[in-house]
Design a protein around this ligand. Structure first.
Ligand SMILES: [Zn+2]
Length: 185
């Protein structure tokens, strides 16, 4: 199972980003819609016990994929509070593909701002590599209005224990996430 995951960057201040970015953002959102529709289908199939394969049946049992991929609304504090909608997804573990773990992806805004295509500016955060947790208490799941997207129901807020570093050449962007607020270190 391989699945492309592209978070959506919500541009609050388009002047700080390259022109091409707005278009790319729209394409990503379209792709995300298609993907969510597919996941909905998978979820309803597994509810009926008609899993396509074992992995989908397992995913169907997970709270996080009942209707929609859980969405996280990240705020980049050091980048004009721009927001990024990231989806958390269950993926096979790299070292043990028969088991799954949670992963979410965010965009390195430093890379994006220096012209790296968004698809190559992805930081994939896997549970097994970087400890993170999603606080899904009701106060963190209130619907949120996000510019260009509308109302989003976040799955909760995400926090990381460790720092996350962009591994792209010549970048070194290092962050920590507290309650979905991305802070540079
Ligand atoms: Zn980077």
């Amino acid at each position: 199972m391989s699945k492309e995951i592209f978070p959506t960057i919500i541009v609050k201040d388009s002047a700080v980003l390259p022109d091409s970015f707005q278009n790319e953002m729209r394409v990503r959102e379209e792709n995300a819609k298609v993907r969510r529709a597919h996941q909905d289908k998978q979820a309803s199939m597994s509810k009926q016990g008609v899993g396509v394969d074992g992995s989908i049946a397992r995913l169907g049992n997970n709270n996080f994929i009942k209707n929609d991929a859980p969405r996280l609304v990240l705020t980049y504090r050091d980048y004009h509070n721009q927001q990024c909608i990231a989806e958390a997804t269950m993926v096979p573990k790299l070292d043990k593909p028969s088991e799954v773990e949670m992963m979410f992806t965010l965009v390195c805004l430093k890379c994006v701002n220096r012209g790296v295509p968004m698809a190559e500016a992805q930081l994939m955060v896997r549970e097994s590599h970087r400890k993170f947790w999603i606080d899904d208490r009701p106060q963190h799941k209130r619907p949120q209005f996000v510019e260009h997207v509308g109302v989003v129901n976040p799955a909760g807020v995400v926090s990381t224990k460790d720092t996350i570093r962009c591994s792209n050449f010549n970048c070194g962007w290092t962050i920590r996430i507290n309650d979905s607020v991305v802070e540079e270190i």
